[in-house]
Design a protein around this ligand. Structure first.
Ligand SMILES: [Zn+2]
Length: 447
């Protein structure tokens, strides 16, 4: 097995309080961008290319499948941290550098540097560069949701040390009391209009395509429609907003951090362009015993129907309760919920009280609460091993962790669930008397 520069903090706690970053999601990067592009005079297929290019920055292409769980914590990798900073946390000063020296400013030159460059270089070939232009609009938009001093992720309670100089989550004052509040446009309605205005202005200035002059709508008529977009608090409400404006396909809202809401019908978005995973794709140079353990666990967790108790054999002490968190098996099942937006308040709950447990159970008892997957690879998004070396495309990545205080071997499997596409999970295990057990689950929010 291999181990790379992970410092272990001696800790008895196995429960974690992951930090979550509010970042705009596909309602903004795809839907709103598409709508604004049409208002700026682009044809539907042009608007589609721009918004796809923008949205795919958030894990829609394999090269964008980056997580600070890897590049800042488990496998420190400056190159990926730099790439993430440029797309989601634009700042004049580049990583590696402490977060307080790389403040993100909405409307800054750094945030629009990429879109300005495209507006220049696309002349004469503007029709071919629409997806790149969409990608370049991403940091312009994220500079609004990430404005302030980025927060370095902390997973110390799981004994995982992260490098502050490479790590980035949204500023503390934009991480509101509830994680749910922090991620949705409704929490920051005042941010939406200036963000949309900056996007619209860039769209209007994009060079003409094949000599066709675009006639943009007046900004006053556009801005008046934005407040109802910003305050929508369910996927159903967002979908209504888009349908009222001529969108027949609202599947791009799948996976955003809002709960479904009445009338939302779960539908998969097919806008990602990712390599197929096959059952055979596997990591070499990993202890076969730990690999077998994780394979067995993923089979039980990700396929078939949900059943309490099924995961108990994989958990160190399934009956133990931490006063502040929900039981581990319950949390693992919550991560599996199809409606991740509804699961978020429970996943990040810090009381672990009976009322919360009842609420979580009620959520799971709903019809079609869980997607049925035939094989684990259907339930996950593909990952790359983040380093200089070429990596196979993998359904999950297993890494060694330093041994525990009692000298027990530890490991972690990194996985990205299709039903929680904005987050990266780490399933932490420990070997006791020759057998592996899950001791905690950590997560980072990466876009
Ligand atoms: Zn982003």
């Amino acid at each position: 097995m291999f181990f790379r520069g992970i410092e272990m903090l001696l800790t008895v706690s196995i429960m974690l309080f992951p930090r979550v970053a509010p970042c705009f999601e596909s309602d903004v990067h795809y839907g709103l961008t598409y709508w604004l592009a049409q208002k700026a005079g682009f044809l539907p297929e042009e608007a589609e290319a721009i918004s796809l290019g923008n949205q795919r920055v958030d894990g829609g292409l394999i090269e964008n499948m980056k997580s600070q769980l890897q590049y800042a914590c488990l496998l420190p990798y400056e190159e990926d941290s730099l790439a993430v900073q440029a797309l989601h946390f634009p700042s004049a000063r580049k990583v590696p550098i402490s977060p307080d020296r790389r403040t993100v400013t909405a409307g800054s030159r750094e945030s629009s540097a990429q879109s300005e460059k495209l507006i220049e270089t696309a002349r004469g070939k503007a029709g071919f560069m629409l997806q790149l232009f969409g990608k370049a609009l991403h940091p312009l938009q994220d500079a609004y949701s990430h404005q302030g001093v980025p927060v370095a992720v902390s997973l110390e309670e799981a004994g995982i040390k992260c490098d502050d100089q490479l790590s980035m989550s949204a500023p503390r004052d934009r991480q509101s009391i509830s994680v749910h509040d922090a991620e949705v446009t409704a929490s920051w309605p005042g941010t939406i209009t200036p963000m949309a205005r900056a996007t619209f202005d860039a769209l209007v200035r994009y060079p003409t395509i094949d000599g066709r002059v675009r006639v943009p709508k007046k900004w006053e008529n556009i801005s008046s429609e934005l407040s109802s977009f910003a305050v929508a608090r369910t996927k159903a409400n967002k979908a209504d907003w888009f349908r009222d404006r001529g969108f027949s396909d609202v599947s791009f809202l799948d996976g955003i951090s809002l709960p479904d809401g009445d009338g939302w019908r779960s539908i998969r978005w097919h806008g990602r362009k990712l390599p197929e995973l096959n059952a055979g794709s596997t990591q070499h140079n990993v202890d076969p015993q730990i690999l077998d353990f994780y394979r067995g666990f993923f089979e039980q967790w990700l396929t078939g129907s949900m059943k309490f108790g099924r995961l108990a054999p994989f958990i160190a002490d399934a009956t133990s309760k931490n006063a502040q968190r929900l039981p581990l098996e319950l949390r693992l099942w919550l991560w599996r919920l199809r409606d991740h937006g509804a699961a978020i308040p429970f996943l990040f709950d810090r009381t672990g009280g009976p009322k919360v447990i009842r609420g979580a159970r009620a959520l799971m008892a709903k019809p079609a609460a869980f997607e049925r997957y035939a094989v684990p690879t259907d339930a996950v998004l593909p990952l790359l091993y983040e380093s200089d070396a070429p990596s196979p495309v993998l359904p999950f990545i297993v890494l060694d962790l330093p041994s525990s205080a009692k000298n027990r071997p530890r490991a972690i499997a990194i996985v990205k669930l299709l039903d929680a596409p904005y987050e990266t999970l780490g399933i932490v295990t420990e070997r006791v008397d020759g057998r592996w057990f899950i001791i905690s689950v950590v997560s980072t929010f990466d876009y």
